[in-house]
Design a protein around this ligand. Structure first.
Ligand code: NDP
Length: 312
């Protein structure tokens, strides 16, 4: 792995630990209340990456002791049909978590669909009610990727309170909720985006730098203060050998992957340059990705516990 002297923020291992804890939680719920948490995913169309993500979620849920179902709809499904499917799941007492896999086909208003999910079953944490709860510090479902990033940092013993955090990216699913979570952990938070001036200089002020910009290996050495902790959220499929060399240098495993399997995965961070300066770096793959699924399962178990508590 080409990440210089930086220690690895090991998402694979951390996710394994969390999934073990969740499996124990599921067994306990089944034992005491006869309930297995139920996760239902609405998958519209045949977007290849979505198919892969959904299969991964299903497998992880089942392995943890949850019931998992996928409601498959054709790409031609109308917004009303999708809304009807979501409402059915809202009303099904065996379903505790409802997730609509994004992106939805063109012409379907994703916001309207996400707002149709019962906030108490909204295990992706994208409903405005949960976004509002997060903002003002009330209990609710937190989006999985940012929740996973905080978990990754905490479980590696990275101190957060009082540290300077810079988040690159302000999307509703990663950058913004992460900024709020880091504030909650008492970091001093700066959020950057495409209009930020002197991006590298702002990033280089960070004790904790999180890159969620969707630009392969854009975060080069000059973005990283020596000793900073760097979290790489980006996921990119690299198919070109020259691009692979730009990112990974002469890393033989990566080059072989491109030549023999046709691709390798890279993040938003340049692992060689950033890894030479950072104290910790999350790899891609094996960093934030596995935590995202673990947090989805955590939210689903929480939703099932909530349903039990409400039932009395
Ligand atoms: P979005 O495209 O929704 O947001 C990207 C953000 O980065 C925007 O705020 C944008 O600014 C900013 N940005 C884009 N280009 C630049 C630039 N050149 N300089 C500064 N800021 C820039 O992406 P997401 O948040 O959905 O995802 C980010 C990355 O994380 C992607 O690679 C995605 O694949 C990955 N991802 C990984 C997950 C995982 O589980 N590991 C889960 C979710 C995402 P502006 O707002 O001004 O346009």
């Amino acid at each position: 792995m080409s990440q210089g002297g930086a220690k690895k923020l090991d998402g694979k291992e951390t996710a394994r630990e969390i999934r073990e804890e969740l499996a124990a939680g599921c067994a306990d719920l089944l034992d005491r209340h006869g309930i297995a948490p139920g996760l239902s995913v609405v998958l519209v169309g045949d977007h290849p990456a979505s198919q892969v993500y959904v299969r991964g979620k299903e497998k992880a849920a089942t392995e943890t002791g949850m019931r998992s179902a996928v409601v498959r709809m054709p790409a031609s499904a109308s917004e009303e049909e999708i809304l009807l499917a979501v409402r059915r799941l809202n009303g099904d007492p065996a379903v505790h978590g409802v997730l609509v896999q994004l992106p939805l086909p063109e012409g379907v208003d994703a916001n309207r669909v996400l707002e149709a999910i019962d906030p108490d079953k909204d295990v992706d944490g994208f409903h405005p009610v949960n976004a509002g709860r997060l903002l003002i510090g009330l209990p609710g479902f937190v989006p999985c990727t940012p929740a996973g990033i905080v978990e990754l940092l905490k479980r590696h013993g990275i101190p957060l309170a009082g540290r300077r955090a810079v988040v690159l990216g302000r999307s509703n699913i990663v950058g913004k909720p992460l900024a709020i979570l880091l504030l909650r952990e008492h970091c001093t938070v700066t959020v950057c985006h495409s209009r930020t001036r002197d991006l590298a200089a702002v990033a280089a002020e960070a004790d904790i730098l999180v890159a969620a910009i969707g630009r392969p290996a854009m975060v080069t050495g000059e973005f990283v203060r020596p000793g900073a902790v760097v979290v790489d959220v980006g996921i990119h499929t690299i198919t070109d050998e020259a691009e692979c060399r730009r990112i990974f240098g002469d890393d033989a495993d990566r080059l072989r992957a491109v030549r023999e399997r046709g691709s390798t995965l890279a993040g938003d961070v340049h692992p060689v340059e950033a890894g030479a300066r950072a104290s910790w770096l999350s790899p891609v793959p094996g960093g934030v990705g596995p935590l995202t699924i673990a947090m989805l399962l955590k939210n689903t178990l929480e939703a099932a516990r909530l349903a039990v508590a409400r039932r009395g």
